[in-house]
Design a protein around this ligand. Sequence first.
Ligand SMILES: [Zn+2]
Length: 116
Amino acid sequence: MSSIDDVADQERDDAERSELHEECNDDPVDGRDRDAELDDPRAGHRGIPVDAVCTGCKRIKVKRAPDPDIDVDDRDLEPADLTSFKHVCHPCGTATWWNPISVLSGLIDAERRDQE
Ligand SMILES: [Zn+2]
């Protein structure tokens, strides 16, 4: 009986250690700085901060998607509420279509705080 408990304790210890390891990891999950990407003029000047994928090179960048003008708070928008939009992609060297894949509600909150 006690040996089974020991095994369970050991597994729990391993789980805790791996969580701690992730928290101590200085590198962001995907190595991207979305704040900096949004500050870049290439993200656009008006609209909803989103992660969008270029249909040409499949790169994902922070862009400003056109506001869909529906009766929903910006930060509650879903990618499905947004339409694809045309925007310059520098690696592609031309204006391409971008598909919003996630709404960056954290950046929307940060901008609102800046404006207050
Ligand atoms: Zn591209």
